[in-house]
Design a protein around this ligand. Structure first.
Ligand SMILES: NC(=O)c1ccc[n+]([C@@H]2O[C@H](COP(=O)([O-])OP(=O)(O)OC[C@H]3O[C@@H](n4cnc5c(N)ncnc54)[C@H](O)[C@@H]3O)[C@@H](O)[C@H]2O)c1
Length: 432
């Protein structure tokens, strides 16, 4: 049985750990955040991810394949494969990825290698990072005792467990056959389900991750700009996207117009991709334009909302996480727009099914309520920021009685405009 050590127990590290335990491997998850670790040891997931609590309980208490520790040292003697799954956020005031956590972990791993193992970068890292990890480790460890591998992760928060267990593909970047074979053996349970395993060089694998995320971000930015035109000429972007998406060469995914892309991946990856290319004297002009278009969009949407409302009125913001089914508010467009509106003088009454605690930490000026209905009390406008399912079925008869004014900004196009207009609402969708 393979022994795996996963370093960094966040959204990616924990899902990786739990799912590899589900495959039958023995997994130790390491994190330096002791508060997070205590929760995990007691079987509580520190963040919201559907299905996670059940698998944690199964593998901590029943199969006992999953354990947690605060340091690599003394907890990884038998490790066959180390996974680096720490964060790679944008560096302060720059577009580059901050790789300090990765370097630190590489150094810590190098203190613990006693027998042959693989060191895998699963964090999203710019091209060249994995070979830099190799250099760091070879400062202390004989090169015969380890190999490095790039194995980027493509899971989506909110459906992370399913994405990990049923991925569209697994990408493995290696510089020799031995490590490629070990990685293929690791993912054999998926291979049996005929998941495509794409084996490449390390550099190719690193680029695949950034190119994939940047391409998806480009689709979103593209349809958002088309939405702006639709709004001006009286066309309907949802119908445009639907008809475009039927064309198999285009595809319907990531063509929903909205307030722009956010989250812990797309904004930072788009910036880091362009910034890495710039260092190599390559101008990724399309990616730069996508980044600018998305940043401008936050301002544009905030101003569109405020221009329709009376100064200093009370408004309701529903949905704060960067997308449904997660409590993650990192780079959330909802949080940015809600905060902009607060800065413009509005009183912002908020509600989110799962992201309230993270949102409060990010901006305590917003006023938080325990339900969508409470957040609508005395409000002059409703803004749908994130398309949680529970907002699709809101009782507008009930809401109409508690609002001060019936104005709605459906940033995610989840309602049928005619229905709300018939109830007396002033309705503003996106791109229609
Ligand atoms: N979140 C996603 O949906 C997603 C999807 C695909 C890829 N990724 C990539 O995966 C990486 C991790 O993302 P995340 O969202 O899981 O990050 P995260 O911030 O949720 O988790 C990172 C964890 O690493 C821990 N950590 C930092 N330094 C450490 C150290 N020296 N030793 C032990 N633990 C340490 C932190 O305490 C934290 O718990 C990033 O590169 C991200 O771009 C994320």
């Amino acid at each position: 049985m393979m022994n795996l050590t996963i370093v960094g127990t966040g959204y990616v590290g924990l899902v990786t750990g739990v799912c590899f335990a589900e495959f039958g491997y023995s997994v130790t998850c390491i994190d330096k955040d002791t508060e997070r670790l205590e929760k995990l040891k007691s079987g509580t997931c520190p963040f919201f991810e559907p299905g996670m609590d059940k698998l944690l309980d199964k593998h901590i208490n029943k199969t006992k394949l999953l354990s947690f520790a605060s340091s690599i040292k003394n907890n990884s003697e038998n490790t066959d494969i180390f996974f680096i799954t720490v964060g790679t956020p944008t560096r302060r005031l720059e577009d580059e990825a901050d790789l300090s956590f990765v370097w630190q972990v590489a150094d810590e791993i190098s203190e613990s290698i006693k027998k042959y193992c693989l060191v895998v970068t699963k964090s999203t890292v710019p091209v060249g990072t994995t070979s830099e990890v190799k250099k760091i480790i070879s400062n202390k460890v004989d090169q015969k005792l380890f190999d490095v591998v790039s194995n980027p992760e493509f899971l989506r928060e909110g459906s992370a467990i399913d994405d990990f267990i049923r991925p569209d593909r697994v990408v493995i970047g290696t510089d020799n056959k031995k490590s490629e074979n070990i990685m293929k053996e690791l993912y054999r349970p998926l291979f049996l389900k005929e998941t495509p395993i794409v084996a490449t060089s390390i550099e190719t694998s690193e680029i695949i991750k950034y190119a994939s995320n940047s391409f998806l971000a480009t689709k979103i930015a593209f349809i958002n700009e088309v939405a702006d035109l639709c709004e001006v000429v009286g066309a309907d972007v949802q119908q445009v996207a639907h008809a475009m998406g039927i064309d198999k060469r285009i595809g319907s995914k990531f063509l929903n117009a909205g307030p722009g892309f956010g989250g812990s991946c797309f904004p930072k990856d788009v910036k880091a991709f362009a910034s890495t290319a710039k260092k190599k004297n390559i101008d990724l002009s399309i990616i730069n334009a996508v980044n600018k278009s998305n940043q401008d969009r936050i301002i544009k949407i905030s101003n569109k909302i405020s221009s329709k409302l009376k100064n200093n009125s009370t408004i309701t913001f529903l949905g704060l996480s960067f997308k449904p089914n997660t409590d993650d508010v990192r780079d959330s467009t909802s949080m940015k727009i809600a905060s902009n509106l607060f800065d413009q003088g509005f009183k912002v009454q908020c509600y989110d099914p799962e992201a309230m605690s993270n949102s409060k930490k990010e901006n305590s000026n917003l006023v938080f309520f325990n339900s969508a209905y409470e957040a609508c009390e005395g409000s002059s406008a409703i803004i749908i920021g994130t398309e949680w399912n529970e907002f699709r079925a809101l009782n507008f008869e009930k809401i109409s009685k508690i609002l001060k004014e019936k104005i709605i900004f459906d940033l995610r196009n989840i309602y049928i405009p005619k229905d709300l207009k018939e109830m007396g609402y002033e309705y503003y969708g996106t791109g229609k």
